[in-house]
Design a protein around this ligand. Structure first.
Ligand SMILES: [Zn+2]
Length: 165
């Protein structure tokens, strides 16, 4: 398969390396902008290098980055985290909790596999430890995704709608 944008060799998601990076960055930017995840001149607590890279080099928002103290914390939180939190609560019959306002879930629109590939291309570290139960759920989502490409995005949309209720 060739890249949808430039016909170069495919790296992932029908994009070459360059356009894959562009796509991931665009998705995070769009989410931050559309949902006002980060405010201008805000004090943010950022501990993870991948989050730091996005805030400093990708999103063009002037903010103050700190490692601790007062301010909202930017979490290394992927789309898979979002889905797992929702689905495990559902399976256990617990009520869905709305996300805390003092934490920013930066990578809600990017799944584990994509973020790992992105981090590798940027020579940054990313690894996510998943429990046996979580791995089982993700495997099931992957299986669904073979038939319905938009499974993760549709689930994410439903979660967002629930959060708005
Ligand atoms: Zn390309």
């Amino acid at each position: 398969m060739a890249c949808l944008k430039c016909k170069s060799k495919e790296f992932m998601n029908s994009f070459c390396k360059k356009h894959f990076i562009e796509n991931i960055e665009r998705r995070v930017k769009r989410d931050v902008r559309q949902n006002s995840l980060i405010q201008k001149n805000e004090k943010l607590i950022v501990k993870d290098p991948l989050c730091r890279h996005f805030i400093e080099d990708v999103l063009n928002v002037p903010v103050e980055i700190k490692r601790s103290g007062k301010g909202r914390e930017v979490l290394l939180w992927t789309m898979d985290d979002e889905l797992l939190e929702f689905l495990t609560a559902l399976f256990r019959g617990r009520k869905h909790k709305r996300p805390a306002k003092n934490r920013i879930r930066l990578f809600r629109t990017v799944n584990d596999r994509e973020l790992e590939a992105y981090a590798n291309l940027k020579r940054l570290k990313f690894s996510r430890k998943r429990t046996k139960e979580e791995k089982g759920i993700l495997k099931e989502i992957d299986r669904l995704e073979k038939e319905h490409k938009e499974t993760r995005f549709s689930l994410l949309k439903s979660i967002e709608e629930l959060n708005r209720l």
